[in-house]
Structure formats: C-alpha cells, structure tokens
Design a protein around this ligand. Sequence first.
Ligand code: C2E
Ligand code: MG
Ligand code: MG
Length: 766
Amino acid sequence: MSPIFVLYTLVTLSTGLALLLVWRHDRTQGFTALLGLSHLIFSFSPLAYFAMQRPEPLWHGLGVGALVLISSLYVTFLLTGFGQLSGRRVTWRQGALGLLALCVFHGVLLAGGRELAQGGFATLNTLAGLLVARWMVRLRPVDRFCAVVLVLCGLNQFTYAFLGDAGTQQQTVVATGLRLVLGLALLYGALTRSSREFRRMRDRFFELTDRSQQGVVVLCGSEAVYRNPAFQRIFGMDPARPAPPVFSAAWLDATTPPEVREAAHRRARDLVAGRVQDPEWEGPRISLDGRALYLRFRAWQVDWDNRPALQVVVSDETASHAAAQALWWQATHDELTGLPNRSALLRRLRELVDPARPHPFALILLDVDRFKSFNDAHGHEVGDAVLQALAQAILAQVGDQAELLRLGEDEFALLVCGEAPEARARTVTDAIRALVRDPLVLPDHRFYLDVSMGVACHAAGMAASPEQVLQAANAAMRLAKRLPGTSVQWAAEQIRQELAASFGAEQALRAGLRNEEFALVYQPKVRSSDRALIGFEALVRWDRPGHGRISPLDFIPAAERTGLIMQLGALILHRACAQLAAWRDAGLPVVPVAVNVSPLQLLDTGFPHTVIGALQTHKLPPAWLTLEITESAAVTHMDQAYEQIRLLREAGVEVALDDFGTGFSSLNMLRSLPLHTVKIDRSLISPMPEPDAVAVVTAICQLAAVLHLDVVAEGVETQQHAQAARQAGCQVLQGYLFAAPLGADQATDWLRAPPVAQLDALDVPA
Ligand code: C2E
Ligand code: MG
Ligand code: MG
C-alpha cells in the first residue's frame, strides 16, 4: 500500500478517535460520537479497496462487502451526526432503514463496475454534503465550513471517475488534506461548543445565585471560595469594613448569640472537616451590623474546581419566625400586662407535675379585692392601669423568687419552684403583703389595694393533676376572700386530700343526700330596739357518720365543685319551708326564715321557680321566706343576679345581701339590685365600738336608710357590739350574744317564748 493511503488512513483514524474522545469528556455533544464513528469506520475504506482489487475471489468478495458496509455506515453516521448537530433527531428505526437502503444502493453500484461505483459514490457523497450544507445554513461559520469541506470531499471522488486509475493517487492526496481539514474543523467546532456551553452554565449559575434571595457560600476547607450577594446582605457584610473569614471562629463569635455559640462552633468544625452529619439546621444569628436574625441553613458536598467543597445555602427566616413567635406569644401571654397567661400556667404546671420529672413547687393565686367595684367607680382605663402597675410592682418586689402570670381580670398567679416550696411561698406572700401596705402610685392616682392569696404546695413525687393544684389554690384563695383586708390562706392538707379524692367527696355527698344526713339549724335574729324575735337564719349542717358534724364552710365548696349544690340547695329550701309549715300547723307565731343561697343556685334560671314551688308545696306566704345571697355572688354575676332577684321579689320573697363589707359591691349596685335587707358582715361588727368601725357601720346604715333597706348586724357577740350596732342604725341583730344556731326543737322553744335571760341581759337605753 502506498504511503499516501497509509497517511489517509491515519488522518481519518485519528480525527475519528479525537472526536470520540471529545464526546467522552462532554457527553452533551452526542453528535461528535456519531461523526467520530463515521470517520473511524471510513478510515478502513482503503483496506477494503485493496482487498477488492485482489484477484482472489475471496479477498475480492470480502473487499466488496466491506466497502459496501463501510460506505453505507459512513454516510449513515455522517448524516445522523450532522442531523443531530442541526437539531434533527433520527430514530434507530430510520437509521437502520437508511443503512439498509444505502447498502443495497452501494451493492448495486459496485456490481455495475468500478467506474460506475466511483461515480455513484461521488454523487452520493456530494449530495450528502449538499444536504448537510443546507442544514448548516443557520449554524455557526465553522459548521458551515465543515459542510463545504464535505461537499468538496464528495466532488473530489469524481477525480477517479474522470481520470480512472491515474487519478487514484491525486484523489487520495486531496482527500487526505480535506479529511484533515474536516477533522480539525469538527474538533474546533466541538471544543468551542463545549467551552461555550461551560461558560453558559457558569454564567447561569452566577446569575441564579447572584440574584437569589438565599445566601450561598462555598467552602473549600476553611476558605470561602464563593459567596453570593444575598449571603453578604443577610449577614450585613460591608465591602468597606473588613469581616472575619466566613465560618471562622471569629466569624461565629460575631454572628451567633451566646446561647447557641458553642453548638455553632462544633458544627463549623464538622463542616470544615467535611463531616456533614445533619445537613439542615436553623437558629438565631446576629448580622455583622447588629440585626437579630433567624436563619435556616442547608449544606451539601459539591465539586469546586476539582476540589471537594461544601455548598451552604442560607435562608433568612427572620420575618416568618418573628411572626410565628408573635402568634405563640399572643397565645401564651396576656396582652395588657405582657405576662404569661392561663394556658401558659397550665403548660408550666403540666411540666412541673410531670411524673417522670416531678418538681416541688408552690402555686399562689392572687386576686385583687373589690376590683369589680373599683372598675365601676373609676372606669376600665384606670382599672387596666392599676393592673399593669400592680403587675410591675409585684415583679419588682418578688424578683426571680417567683414567676408571675395573669390568669384574667384581676387574678394573678405566682409559681414558686424549688425545694422547701412552703418556706419560699411564705417569703413571696410576705413580700406581697409588704408591697400592698403602701399605696399603688399611678400618674394621677394613689390607690390602696387589698389582695387575697391562696397557696397550694406540691411536693416532688406527689400525684396530682395541674387542675387539682389549681383547684386547691383556688379554694384557698376563696377562703382568703372571706377575710377582710389582704390575707393569705393555705390549701390545707385536708383540702388537698379532698381534692385528690374529689371523686370520694362527691360519693360521700351523694350518700349524705340519699341518707338525709343534712340538717338545718336556726339562728335567731332580734329587733335591735326591743330584742323581739323577728326571724331565723337557717344554716345547714352535715352529720356525716364517722366524721361528726361538719361545717358548711367545709362541704359547701365541695358541693359547688361537684354540682351537687343544686340538689342540696333545693333540699335546704324544702326543709326550711317544711319547718315553717310545721310551726304554722302547731299554731305558733311564725317568724320569717332566711335561707342561704349559693352563687351557683343563683345562676340557675330555674331557681325562682324552685323557690316558688317549695312555698306552694307547703302553702306558705312568700313573705315568710328570705333568701341570703352573698355579696361576691351578686357582684360576679350582676346581670343574672339582677334578673333572678327581681323575679323573686316580684313573687313576694325577700332578698338580703349577705356578708356585706367583705365583697366588692359598689354603692350603685346596692341601689340597682332589688334588695330588701343588707347584712353587715361580722368582720365589720367585731371591732365595734372602735370609732372607725362605728363610723363605717353608721355610714352603711345611713346609706341603707336612703335606699329603704333594712340592716342586720351579723356576729353580735357582746353587749358592746349590740349597743354600738343599734346606735349606728342596725334594725336587726344576730349573733352568739342572743343565740348560737339552734336545733329545730330549741328554735321551736324560742318561738313559743324567747329565753328571758337573754332579753334581761340587754341594756336598752331609754
Ligand atoms: P353566713 O350566712 O354569714 O352565716 C353566718 C355564720 O356566722 C354562721 O356560720 C354562724 O354560725 C356564724 N355566726 C353567727 N353568729 C356568730 C357570732 O356571734 N360569732 C361568730 N364567730 N360566728 C357567728 P356557719 O353556720 O358555719 O355558716 C358559715 C357559712 O356557710 C354561712 O355564712 C353561709 O355562707 C354558708 N352556709 C351556711 N348554711 C348554708 C346553706 O344552707 N346553704 C348555703 N348555700 N350556704 C350556707
Ligand atoms: Mg347567711
Ligand atoms: Mg353572713
């Protein structure tokens, strides 16, 4: 084989291989593989020619077959390659059919003799070149140049057709040159296309990251090799001010709040060492210009200039986090004072009584006395200001000894955690007592406030639900409410046990009702002017087997809690009415009986009906019955109380406001409620005849006179009490001086003839 053939073969072979190598590095250019294959295959065409020219039929046959296949494959790969370059897709099926057609075509040409074959090949290749040229019209110059060279290759094949064997050498020389030029042009096109594509990808990456709202930083080891503008913006990096290297120790110190700094350092060490255990994290950060941030990070390994690197994406979630925090704050805090609210207290209590990790603590419930009437008198704005000032004052007074929460209205809670909760709670309640001794100073007012506090202590290991602890403190607070001035009551062990076994209390009360263990005692009320018996107050007692006689102070709250007060209240009413009927039937001079009514009964809209029903059952005139409602009940449920009292008075039943002076009723309320009588509480009578106490009771009596209300003095224990109360203007007296609550028989005796000794003891001034 002549050297020029060898050269031709080598040129075609090497351009084919070079194109295949380009494809190997840049798989996006699939057409380079097809064109590479076309060249590679075509490089074997001189061998096929030589074989074909051999006289031996076998070699000749093999040469013909090889040439047919090589030429057909060459054209097929060439057209599919350039087709793909110009965006034309050829399916396998189309490719296979085309190949078959070409094989038949080449076979027929070769069967017709060498000249015909050469002419046919030249025509086919020229036409193929022209087709490619058409496809390349809109592509780059280098692609169009390739098409031109391809046409020239086809035209060059006509040399043999015109000159015969003499032109073989010349044709091969030109073909070698053309193949070399085509190969180089194709390689140049593929390489420029590849680098252009790379540039395009890189530009797109930077465009995307530069415009991204998310911060992006790429770390190669400890060096930040890339960071986008958003990253710099989020962290407040200013080109004018030098910043510590990103993720360096100094950077972390500057950008993390102290509570998360240690964890941030640990994570950064892992990241720099290429350990990404947890690819996502979030937390509070501080920008270099001092803004508080909340950021979410995501990190993953990337390849950066053939180096392993870490790409970290930072999302600024400060706004959404702040919104979520605000919502959470709203749900768990009180708007007026900014203190944690009732739901926060329940959550805290649940944590504290958690059986897995029980903590000793004390819960103090604090309620401002007479706040309702205070609000009525001064308006809600002043009321709100008082609550805010009180909250601030308590916070300042108790410091970190207790957590302060506001449960609603004028009710606050203090949580005292730690060992020896009783002692700690006592320190806190003492501090609050000391606080309210001085007036609360507002810009335009000074107010003396009284507060009632109920304390429930919870020892570690004690089984109780948050609700039970709350109930115990609440019950203690209600007891404190009954005491005048600022007072503290401790949930007694017994109350706690009772609460823990509230189911037991309910069962015992039910049994008591069933077995008629409740009895009424009657305390006489006498006219202050002549000490004549003018009525009784019916007071309930529980003769509980095994427990003796139980005071209503101990079981009425339990009955209220369990809802059994309705049943018990109705029973008491019927008992009192039955007693009145018995006295009447015995022909005794009947006096009215007053029955105490629980606030819960008063809330029941069917209550007036129950009362009237009881009177009718026993055929009693309504004037024989008086109902005593406590001041606190009337205040808390003013609207319902008003309606119920109105209905009762309409029916002829008299209504007295009990325990007056311990609650929070305003003068306005005294005027607007349709009452008949006011009962001044024992706590105001017992200090008499001290001048202050006398002045207070006198003022109440004068007011009552204006409002046409009768006044009863409760808890009259001494002659001085009786005398002072009468002089102050109380028309009726009630107390141990005259009689303790009496059994039914003794009360009957009183009706027949009040004991002379009692009346003799009176010192009735002329
Ligand atoms: P209250 O209605 O203010 O009843 C007066 C209380 O003072 C009675 O206590 C009575 O025994 C007591 N007392 C009377 N005179 C004196 C005195 O001179 N000195 C002292 N230190 N105390 C005196 P009691 O019977 O223990 O009742 C306590 C409270 O329980 C009553 O206060 C009332 O709020 C409630 N209660 C009593 N009976 C009933 C009832 O049938 N139904 C309801 N719902 N509550 C009742
Ligand atoms: Mg009473
Ligand atoms: Mg009373």
